[in-house]
Write a protein that binds this ligand. Structure first.
Ligand code: NAD
Length: 303
């Protein structure tokens, strides 16, 4: 299939690479030329703008870091909306249902179909092609995309309503965000009272506390203190804020979500938007006066 791909960052690059390796013809664009250069070396064509991609391809995928970037790339000057050939815009980014619906309306006026396709499973999942790919939009277009999206993960059709896959993704990421901070609080509590965090994580993973933070994030990025899981705090906070907005727009007030949202605002203020989201444990450690993990995976009192 001929595919345009815009946004070749931590997620976009491995997804685009897998599509090339599966035999799809890719035309790519990113504001960072080093990202496009690497894909050209693997066989992709490079375009000069989102419009240029949409002049050349019927199907354009995007994996972008902010709502504004998705809006600009899809509907701005020099955007996909101005392309001559494009028939469908598939947004792999997490933008929330309100922005997805806004982009849907603007593109529909130009007979371009907007398809939500947010993904979950992290950089590792993007590299291995094991993402959960949540798709919403017209059924026929979603079905037609399956051979391509199947290369990056397991495809779930969520519904025809614009934005519905985004709502699904926000529910998922709210749980992921909650697992990260809740596991941090649980492990910090144990370390403060003298438990070994590596033993704690083993017990949690053999017990009913098991979650994605204890299973994946703590062993790989928190206990060794590498904090390199590959998802920026700024992106996690974007998703938590979007989930809270989504709940409010539905007239819901969710107590756990409010508390989780407050904690993540502390994390972004303390650690910065560019930090890895596994660094969420740091303000919790600081408040408790302990540090979890380290070279031996053990614990010690903070200086
Ligand atoms: P990233 O910041 O690593 O990559 C974004 C890429 O978009 C960069 O290469 C950047 O240069 C490019 N870009 C930005 N503005 C652009 C523009 N106007 N035109 C063209 N290119 C532009 O972000 P990421 O971690 O790959 O995340 C991308 C999306 O996927 C986000 O919506 C994020 O929430 C979502 N997501 C990320 C993960 C993860 O683990 N990193 C997991 C699931 C979903």
């Amino acid at each position: 299939m001929e595919i345009g791909f815009i946004g070749l960052g931590k997620m976009g690059f491995p997804m685009a690479r897998r599509l090339i390796e599966a035999g799809h013809q890719l035309t790519v664009f990113d504001t960072r030329t080093e990202a496009t250069d690497k894909l050209v070396a693997l066989g992709a064509q490079v375009a000069s703008s989102p419009k240029d991609i949409a002049d050349r391809c019927e199907t354009v995928l995007a994996s972008l870091p902010s709502l504004q970037a998705s809006l600009d790339v899809a509907t701005g000057t020099g955007g996909v909306i101005e392309g001559k050939r494009v028939k469908r815009f598939v947004d792999l980014s997490t933008v929330g249902s309100q922005m997805a619906t806004r982009i849907h309306g603007l593109l529909a006026a130009k007979n371009i179909v907007q398809i939500d396709s947010p993904v979950s499973g992290g950089v590792g999942g993007a590299e291995k092609g094991t993402l959960a790919v949540m798709v919403s939009g017209p059924r026929a277009d979603c079905d037609m995309l399956k051979p391509a999206l199947g290369v990056i993960g397991k495809v779930f059709f969520i519904g025809e309503k614009p934005g519905s896959a985004q709502t699904m993704k926000l529910a998922n990421n709210f749980l992921s965000a909650t697992a990260m901070v809740a596991t941090s609080e649980a492990v910090v509590m144990g370390v403060k009272s003298g438990l070994d965090p590596a033993v704690m994580v083993d017990v949690i993973n053999a017990g009913s506390g098991l979650n994605t933070a204890s299973r994946d994030k703590f062993p790989r990025a928190v206990l060794p203190r590498t904090f390199d899981f590959g998802f920026a705090t700024g992106l996690m906070v974007k998703d938590v804020r979007l989930a809270l907005d989504e709940m409010k727009s539905l007239g819901l007030s969710m107590e756990v979500a409010e508390a989780v949202g407050r904690l993540w605002e502390v994390v972004i203020r303390d650690q910065g938007a560019e930090s890895d989201f596994t660094e969420a444990i740091k303000p919790i450690e600081k408040a408790a006066g302990v540090i979890v993990g380290g070279a031996k995976g053990g614990s010690h009192a903070a200086k």
